[in-house]
Design a protein around this ligand. Sequence first.
Ligand SMILES: NC(=O)c1ccc[n+]([C@@H]2O[C@H](COP(=O)([O-])OP(=O)(O)OC[C@H]3O[C@@H](n4cnc5c(N)ncnc54)[C@H](OP(=O)(O)O)[C@@H]3O)[C@@H](O)[C@H]2O)c1
Length: 243
Amino acid sequence: MDTKNKIALVTGANKGIGFEIAQKLGAAGCTVIVGARSEKLGEEACAKLKASGVEAIYLNLDLLKPETIEKAATAVEEKYGRLDILVNNAGIVERGDGSPINTSVDAVETTLRTNFIGPLRVTQAMAPLLKKSAEGSVVNVSSALGSCEFNGDRNSPYADAKFLGYSASKAALNMMTVQLAYELRDTNIKVNSVCPGYCATDINDNKGLLSAEEGAREPARLALLDKTGPTGEYRNTEGTIPW
Ligand SMILES: NC(=O)c1ccc[n+]([C@@H]2O[C@H](COP(=O)([O-])OP(=O)(O)OC[C@H]3O[C@@H](n4cnc5c(N)ncnc54)[C@H](OP(=O)(O)O)[C@@H]3O)[C@@H](O)[C@H]2O)c1
């Protein structure tokens, strides 16, 4: 299927890595649906995308408000009748999250609801539309911090980064990748997790080492996979990484 005809939904596309993924998918010729919880920010991002020649529309989508997810699915159904690409990008790091003994349990709960339950709801709502695609792709924007193996390795560069809620939410998202890839094994839909790398965005007070544009490269590449692409993998720009 020509990428020029694909319909792509990116959650949290109003800024950061999500905006850059939307830009790349648009540059590849996809029609981009900007999912964002703020109408103002979503419309502004949409206007920027359109100014650079991308076909884009805004849909209100708040991961913590199931009704917005249902409405978004209905809108995609009515406007396009299918969805080819779903990028579950939106996510948070909650203030108060930390190591198991010290973390705020409320922060863990909010993070799990946002970074795992939210994408699960979006994926379930969009699944019937994805199944209508001739060549679908679900990309779950995870993090190396969700890797149990990296978390257990005392020599890992991430050894001291213990944010239980965030890491658990991304590990759970990875489990969705593995199980969904299995569930869709006989379809044309690929399902993969990706770590964008440590990017300077609002989520880390712009402390990351890469740009959001650099972080968007691998998620966008996976979103544009054709029928022969891999599924059920956890990747960064260098290849697969351990679960
Ligand atoms: N930056 C990194 O170093 C890094 C590393 C690994 C993984 N990631 C992952 O990359 C993804 C994008 O993060 P980013 O770095 O681009 O951060 P960001 O600039 O803070 O963007 C996060 C996006 O998620 C949206 N969002 C948060 N809560 C939401 C909700 N309840 N409903 C809908 N949208 C919501 C935000 O919307 P608002 O503008 O309305 O808040 C924003 O669009 C996240 O999943 C993050 O975990 C980032």
